[in-house]
Design a protein around this ligand. Structure first.
Ligand SMILES: NC(=O)C1=CN([C@@H]2O[C@H](COP(=O)(O)OP(=O)(O)OC[C@H]3O[C@@H](n4cnc5c(N)ncnc54)[C@H](OP(=O)(O)O)[C@@H]3O)[C@@H](O)[C@H]2O)C=CC1
Ligand SMILES: O=C(O)[C@@H]1CCC=N1
Length: 280
């Protein structure tokens, strides 16, 4: 258990995933967590009722939550970050640790927006953190102490796996694990739709698809075998899997995945550049 005061500036999907993950892992007490958003009171009440966390519903309470926090999680959309961080600037105090989950926003841009040097962790988590199966990339600025680095790693390791990467690689992490759950949900949507069109009942199509994805991921983890080797074991020569994989190859599925992931990484860079232009 870490007895630190955690403030979530932004209370959307990613903030909820981290909060739920930290509480379920027993790493944080709901009473040590305060969350706020810009205007959506119904959403805040829902979060309070669901997790017993504290909420800050007006400007005075938001300012107090920020002042009292040991750790401030920056959880707003990139388009809202410049305005939100400028507002943060006058209430920050030495020793506070900032953890950003904002795609594209560089550490240098955060430092410029808050107008001072504080310990910062730029992270790229994913929504599977909700169930303790997140995958997070993290970079720190030089102001982060060893103890602060350890604290950040402990928090993200409590809700999944975490790897420290050079900041130049955070956009690559975004393309792999930040956006990655959506690629797999997309694949699952296509598999379920096709299964139904092949005649299976919707609930059977869904159950078989979900278990197949879960089983495949666990096979890679638990056998330690490479995905290519596990694929080979499923593919009987001249059989059904070979027919399917040949169809994927003809349609350049690998190329499509590559292009999509490169585009995601590039988009993270563009969002960062757009943000930087809006600062200067
Ligand atoms: N969703 C994901 O899978 C992932 C998201 N991220 C990053 O996480 C960040 C948040 O994404 P996500 O949770 O999906 O977004 P959401 O839209 O779900 O949540 C954004 C939150 O920010 C709040 N907000 C915006 N501006 C302000 C402000 N000035 N003051 C207070 N609160 C504010 C919003 O409040 P209100 O509703 O009142 O406007 C809302 O609660 C993004 O930067 C994204 O890049 C990173 C990894 C994965
Ligand atoms: O789509 C986005 O921009 C965010 C960042 C990674 C996942 N969701």
């Amino acid at each position: 258990m870490i007895r630190r005061k955690l403030c979530f500036y932004g209370a959307g999907s990613m903030a909820e995933a981290i909060v739920r993950g930290l509480i379920s892992a027993g790493l944080a007490e709901p009473a040590d967590i305060v969350m706020f958003n810009r205007a959506n009171a119904a959403r805040l009440n829902e979060l309070r009722d669901r997790y017993s966390v504290r909420i800050a519903a007006d400007d005075k309470a938001r300012e107090q939550a920020l002042r009292e926090a040991d750790v401030i999680f920056l959880c707003m959309k990139p388009k809202d970050a410049a305005d939100a961080l400028r507002r943060l600037s006058p209430v920050l105090r030495d020793g506070q640790l900032l953890i950003s989950v904002i795609a594209g926003l560089s550490i240098a841009a955060i430092e410029q927006l808050i107008g001072r040097r504080l310990p910062i962790a730029r992270t790229m988590p994913n929504t599977s953190s909700t169930i303790g199966l997140g995958a997070t990339g993290i970079s720190f600025n030089d102001a982060a102490s060893d103890a602060q680095r350890e604290l950040v790693l402990n928090m993200f390791r409590a809700i999944g796996i975490a790897r420290v990467v050079d900041e130049s690689l955070i956009n690559a992490v975004t393309a792999v694990s930040g956006s990655g759950p959506a690629y797999l949900y997309y694949m699952m949507e296509a598999m379920i739709d096709t299964a139904v069109s092949l005649g299976l009942a919707e609930d059977t199509a869904r159950a078989l698809t979900v278990q197949t994805v879960l089983g495949a991921a666990r096979m890679v983890l638990e056998t330690g075998e490479e995905p290519a080797e596990l694929r080979r074991k499923v593919t009987s020569p001249g059989g059904t899997t070979q027919a399917a994989i040949e169809t994927f190859e003809r349609l350049d599925f690998r190329g499509a995945v590559g292009q999509a992931m490169r585009r995601a990484a590039e988009r993270a860079g563009e969002m960062g550049a757009e943000l930087e232009r809006s600062i200067t």
